[in-house]
Design a protein around this ligand. Sequence first.
Ligand SMILES: [Zn+2]
Length: 58
Amino acid sequence: MKRPRPNGTCPTGKLRYRDRIAALLALARIDDIDPRRGEKRAYRCPRCSGGHAVQLQP
Ligand SMILES: [Zn+2]
């Protein structure tokens, strides 16, 4: 399975994924590494029309 990679940056400074699904898949990989790093979300950005992954600190 292909690993989603960021394909640019956003005006907000976040890593930009192709879409929200790609960001979600990237988060799933982070889960594999350390599932205790807090809640994770992915959303579509209105600024760059890409997807961003965010990690909320516990
Ligand atoms: Zn953006």
